[in-house]
Design a protein around this ligand. Structure first.
Ligand SMILES: Cc1ncc(COP(=O)(O)O)c(C=O)c1O
Length: 399
């Protein structure tokens, strides 16, 4: 893979015909380092956010040894890369064959579930194994998250109570988990969720060995500046102390976005300008899915040589290359007023759920990959020695 000092250097050198995934392993390492040092428990990387080997290696280099995997291919990817990885199969609905292969071929012992039917599948397919660490996912509010994940998974009401009891009977270790939603903008979301989970545990009267507080930790995007991540750590630590779980219970988190968002940026070319609309060579079906379907406004930067005249910025709407009219990104994306065909634009913060979501729809979806060495466009991780309450956010207007 080519290495460049920045996306601009890459564009100047290569004038690429295809969109480019720019990968900054140093940024993923820094983020993972931060979590390993500051989270008051064990950190599992949620592989789905970005399974690129360079990101996995960076996270591993920071000391992460536990991985949240959602499918057999993710299990194979991580198990074949790191001999000493511990894998947690955290999809609440799994194929029977995937459960079997995970347990017997890859030594997976940690499985999540949110229904009695899934519990039965796990017990049957592992031959009634006695060494299972079973984690019951409970539904919690995702009101504070920019990307809500509520509705699809998580046990609720009296079913949650009976599921905890039944799972306790089948498990060597019993865990509880939840997900407050992705890019969660308020630490109190965990207070509310952990309070609810505590109520369910009390009602069930079970002994709990593991509390998994999920993912959802935020990074900074234009218009979405979260409180310092330290506040999240403090809230979680304090709430964990109050939970009715074993005194030596383990605390886990499963960040995806927070570990890899800053580690990616994406370079596209303008193929056509129509008024305030730009038609790009990547979009909603490619690495910019979240800009279209999640309404996320990524930071953008025009890649012109340093000595080009500076133009005032104005808002643009963007379209991707496919024929589908939902391949559109409202933004507004602030770019120089004279942007035109042939210009290159870099989207920052695309490391999470960017390349991981790209499809080949309409024959697009081919990319160049490059390592770049410069800093991410925005960062919530300190560059200096850790200080309390000092998460750094670089304002996007600096470009
Ligand atoms: C079970 C589970 N854990 C962790 C994550 C990662 O979430 P995030 O990227 O918001 O940290 C997800 C994302 O969907 C998830 O479903």
């Amino acid at each position: 893979m080519d290495k460049h000092t920045s996306a601009l250097a890459l564009v100047v050198a290569d004038r690429p015909d295809l969109p480019v995934h720019c990968i900054r392993p140093h940024a993923a390492k820094k983020a993972a380092d931060w979590f390993v040092r500051r989270f008051p428990g064990d950190v599992l990387y949620a592989v789905k956010a970005n399974p690129h080997p360079a990101i996995l290696d960076a996270v591993y280099a920071a000391g992460v040894r536990w991985f949240d995997v959602a499918s057999l291919p993710e299990i194979e990817l991580v198990a074949n890369r790191f001999e000493d990885a511990t894998l947690a199969f955290m999809h609440p609905v799994k194929a029977r064959s995937a459960i079997r292969r995970a347990y017997f071929d890859y030594g997976v012992r940690i499985f999540v579930l949110d229904s009695r039917e899934e519990l039965a599948k796990i017990v049957e397919e592992t031959g009634g194994a006695k060494d299972l660490h079973l984690v019951v996912r409970l539904a919690v509010s995702s009101d504070y998250a920019a990307h809500k994940l509520g509705g699809k998974f998580g046990a609720t009401g009296t079913e949650a109570v009976s599921l905890l009891r039944e799972t306790r009977a089948a498990a060597d270790e019993l865990g509880v988990s939840f997900h407050v939603g992705s890019q969660c903008m308020r630490p109190e979301a965990w207070r509310v969720a952990m309070g609810h989970v505590s109520d369910v545990i009390r009602e069930a009267g079970v002994t709990v060995d593991i509390v998994d507080v999920g993912g959802g930790f935020p990074v900074a995007y234009p218009g979405l500046t979260p409180p310092p991540l330290e506040d999240y750590m403090r809230e979680i630590e304090a709430c964990f102390e109050d939970m009715p779980v074993l005194e030596n219970a383990d605390l886990w988190c499963e960040p995806g976005r927070a570990l890899c968002a800053e580690a990616g940026s994406h370079v596209v070319r303008v193929e056509l300008r129509k008024g305030d609309c730009l038609y790009l060579n990547d979009g909603a079906y490619g690495a910019l899915f979240d800009a279209a379907h999640g309404g996320l406004v990524y930071p953008v930067k025009m890649l012109r040589e340093k000595n080009s005249p500076r133009r005032p910025l104005r808002p643009f709407k963007l379209y991707g290359p496919t024929c589908d009219s939902i391949d559109a990104m409202e933004g507004p994306f602030m770019l120089p007023a004279d942007v035109s065909e042939g210009d290159y634009i870099e989207f920052g913060m695309t490391g999470a759920y960017g390349s991981a979501l790209a499809t080949k729809f309409n024959g697009f979806g081919e990319y160049i990959e490059a390592h770049v060495k410069d800093a991410p466009m925005m960062s919530v991780f300190e560059t200096e020695k850790p200080k309390r309450r000092s998460a750094k956010v670089i304002a996007i207007g600096e470009f």
